[in-house]
Ligand binder design. Sequence first.
Ligand code: CP
Ligand code: NVA
Length: 335
Amino acid sequence: MRSQTIAAEPAPHPITTTFPGRDLVSIRDLSPLELESLFHLASLIKTRPEEFRAALAGKHIAMFFEKPSLRTRITFEAAICGLGGSVSFIDQRHERLDARETLNDIAHNLERWVGGIVLRTFAHETVEGMAEHACVPVINALSEVEHPCQALADYFTLQEKFGDLRKITLAYVGDGNNVMHSLLLTAALLGSKIRLGTPKGYGANPQILADAREIAKQTGAVIELMSDPRKAVRGVDAVYTDAWTSMGHEHETDERARIFPPYQVNNELIAVAAPHAVFMHCLPAHRNEEVTDAVIDSVRSIVFDQAENRMHVQKAILTMLIGGKTRQPLRSAHA
Ligand code: CP
Ligand code: NVA
């Protein structure tokens, strides 16, 4: 019998999955198992980036941004290049993506050239429409309704800090916006506990809240809504805030500046949280509006860990949705 040399392959992680060809428009596109798998892959990629240098080899990604960006743009570009892919960034700030031709036509052009599409848009429907028409994966890099890549990086960061996410409580205080929606859905999928402290009229989108509650029934997540920021923050492990006025709402800035000051995260408010509580913000911060310098520059602040993890988590997202060859064996969730 001829002897054979069989290369020793590392055993696949039991929960490592791929979901090639799928979109990430909303956190609702993921199952709890896929989310767990994504975090596992992100941590492998973060610790052993050299093993994933060819994950996007031969793949070109198109990014269209209707709004400004520092973190999302650079972390996607760095992630794509770090995985061996190439990228075109299209600054779409001068007009909406579908102003010149229909989304359908744009999608059927792009799918002939690129392996994936990353969109930052005003209307959430633009991301949904592109995902519906294009037969390559579409990733939401922030819309009016959600910022899924942000929330995934945020909970990945919390997992690094605290371990078991089912044992922690995050309080989000301020405007019930895109970032809050994605945090809410992520907490629901993870079986974690989240408190939302928002002023009347600035709470969660009712459909997203209903969906999060439905998911929570299966995962055991706890969702609490309140308008008193001190009640929201009392005893929590993490305090999160974001801009009072998101991009696209600039005309409401003065009105919001009258409503939101009680929700400012300052030393007095964060003192009500657990002594070990961390401070989180997706950035950009409007210093001394939603958060004081004293808090964002304090030892509690993990805002730059969140920013760093945007890149590692997006590498995991790109690998799972679009990636090909990696030295880490990946197996399909649906195999
Ligand atoms: N947090 C975030 O998405 O930042 P940018 O707007 O700079 O991309
Ligand atoms: N809620 C903010 C997030 C910025 C990253 C916005 O949409 O402007």
